[in-house]
Design a protein around this ligand. Structure first.
Ligand code: ZN
Length: 141
């Protein structure tokens, strides 16, 4: 009797959702690990005292704004912050990695830089489902 009761508490539709969450949690753990492995800004760029990144994310390759964000980094910040997540709801493996852009700027001692980037995930017609424009300011110590 007790077993029957507990079975009733799990409606059929819930199992799929549970598996979906398990996948999502695994992905989240993977991201935490990557973040731990990334190290600190001060370790990779010792001469940098401050980085500000202003990001505007667009729907697909249109000019329609999806959202805006600002990322501030100090020497104690985790380098993984340079992996700007794609905020498109279904995006799993995409995102915008500004690491190499920052490397170039620091190498050339540039204080500011602008650019655009496409999410690596494509929609059904092979077009990137999201793009960003970024505006980076770097302060050196
Ligand atoms: Zn994406």
């Amino acid at each position: 009797m007790a077993i029957k009761t507990s079975e009733k508490e799990k409606p059929a539709g819930k199992k799929g959702r549970k598996n979906f969450n398990a996948g999502k949690n695994a992905r989240r753990l993977e991201l935490i690990q990557k973040k731990l492995d990334a190290g600190l800004l001060s370790e990779r760029f010792p001469g940098v005292s401050d980085i500000t990144i202003h990001i505007i994310q667009f729907y697909g390759i249109t000019g329609q704004v999806f959202m805006e964000r600002t990322v501030n980094m100090v020497p104690g910040s985790n380098l993984y912050l340079l992996h700007i997540p794609c905020m498109e709801g279904n995006c799993v493996n995409g995102g915008f990695d500004l690491t190499s852009r920052i490397e170039e700027m620091v190498r050339d001692k540039k204080k500011s830089g602008k650019g655009k980037m496409l999410c690596e995930e494509k929609d059904g017609s092979g077009i990137s489902h999201a793009s960003v424009s970024y505006d980076i300011s770097i302060k050196y110590s």
